[in-house]
Design a protein around this ligand. Structure first.
Ligand SMILES: [Zn+2]
Length: 301
C-alpha cells in the first residue's frame, strides 16, 4: 500500500515538474487574440449602456436603463389613475383647485423599472408608485435655488439652531442643533419672520484677513434675495395646503438686507477691547467673530 502511494506521488510530482518546464519562465506574452478579448470585454463592461440610469416613470426611482422596459410596452398603466393625489399648480388666487388628468407618471420619464413593470403585469399598483400617494410634482422655479437663509425664511416651524462659518470664501456648517419640542412652541403665521428673530436661530461667523465685502456675502449661503423669497412664499400660499392661512408680510421682508446676511449685527468696539483683554476673543479676530462671541456671552450671563 505504502509502495503504491510512493509511486503515485512520484508520478504526480514528475508530471508537475514537466508541466512547469513546458510553461517556461518568464512566461510568454499573451497572444494578440487574448489581448483583444480583454480589451473588448472591458469596453463592454464599462460602456455607458451598462450603468447609465434614468428615472422610472411609475415610481421615479433611478434605475439602470438596460434593465428597464419602455413605458409604451408596459400593460395596465391605467391602474395608475388615482383621485386626490395630484394638484395642478395655481398661478393666482382665482384659479380653481384642479387635479392632473390621466395616469400619475413622473414627467419626462418614458421607461419603467422591472419592479413596477412586474407589479403592473400582475394588475397590481406598485407599492412605491407615485399614484400611491407619493406624488409631489415637479419642483417649481419659485422653490428652486433657494439659499440656506432663504429656506429658513419660508419655513413655518423652526427647529434648528445653526452656526455657519465662512472662511476664505469657502463656507461650511460649523454646528447645527435640531430639537423638536412638543407641543410646538411657535408656528409662524406671518412669513418671513421679523429680522430680529433670525438672530435666535442663526449665528454667522466670517473669518478672513479683512472685513467681508458685499461681493464676499454673495458667495455665502446667507444671502437673502427679497424677490426670490416673496415669489416662493406666494407660490406656497397658493399651492401648499399648510400655507393657506399664512400671511406674507411685505413689511418684514423689506427689513431684510438685499445683499447681506439676515443676522442682526450690533458691534460694540469697547466690549471687543475688553474681551481681547480677558482672552475671550483671539487677537486679530474680525468684527463678525467678535460680534458672535459677544452675543454668546451675553446670552449665557
Ligand atoms: Zn419603478
Amino acid at each position: 500500500m505504502k509502495f503504491e502511494y510512493q509511486e503515485s506521488h512520484k508520478r504526480s510530482s514528475q508530471k508537475h515538474c514537466q508541466s512547469k518546464k513546458d510553461a517556461g519562465f518568464p512566461s510568454s506574452p499573451p497572444s494578440a487574440e487574448l489581448c483583444q478579448n480583454i480589451v473588448s470585454d472591458f469596453c463592454a463592461d464599462t460602456s455607458p449602456d451598462v450603468f447609465e440610469e434614468t428615472g422610472c416613470a411609475v415610481c421615479g426611482k433611478l434605475t439602470p436603463i438596460c434593465t428597464m422596459e419602455e413605458l409604451s410596452e408596459v400593460e395596465n398603466v391605467s391602474l395608475l389613475k388615482a383621485d386626490g393625489v395630484t394638484r395642478k399648480a395655481r398661478s393666482k388666487g382665482s384659479d380653481p383647485v384642479k387635479e392632473l388628468r390621466g395616469p400619475i407618471l413622473a414627467p419626462a420619464c418614458n421607461k419603467v423599472c422591472p419592479i413596477c413593470a412586474d407589479s403592473l403585469d400582475k394588475t397590481k399598483v406598485p407599492t412605491l408608485a407615485l399614484a400611491n400617494g407619493l406624488w409631489i410634482g415637479e419642483i417649481p422655479d419659485e422653490l428652486q435655488g433657494l439659499t440656506y437663509a432663504e429656506q429658513l425664511l419660508i419655513a413655518r416651524v423652526r427647529h434648528n439652531r445653526c452656526i455657519v462659518k465662512v472662511s476664505s470664501g469657502m463656507y461650511k456648517m460649523r454646528a447645527n442643533a435640531i430639537s423638536f419640542s412638543n407641543p410646538m412652541p411657535k408656528i409662524y403665521n406671518v412669513l418671513p419672520p421679523p429680522i430680529e428673530e433670525m438672530d435666535e436661530v442663526l449665528a454667522f461667523i466670517y473669518t478672513g484677513p479683512c472685513k467681508p465685502t458685499k461681493a464676499d456675502f454673495k458667495w455665502t449661503p446667507m444671502l437673502v434675495r427679497r424677490l426670490k423669497v416673496s415669489k416662493a412664499l406666494h407660490w406656497l400660499k397658493l399651492n401648499h395646503a399648510d400655507y393657506y392661512d399664512c400671511e406674507n408680510s411685505e413689511k418684514n421682508l423689506a427689513s431684510y438686507p438685499e445683499d447681506g446676511p439676515p443676522v442682526v449685527v450690533d458691534y460694540l468696539w469697547e466690549w471687543a477691547i475688553a474681551l481681547h483683554g480677558r482672552g475671550l476673543v483671539p487677537l486679530g479676530a474680525d468684527k463678525f467673530y467678535i460680534n458672535y462671541c459677544l452675543r454668546h456671552i451675553v446670552s449665557h450671563n
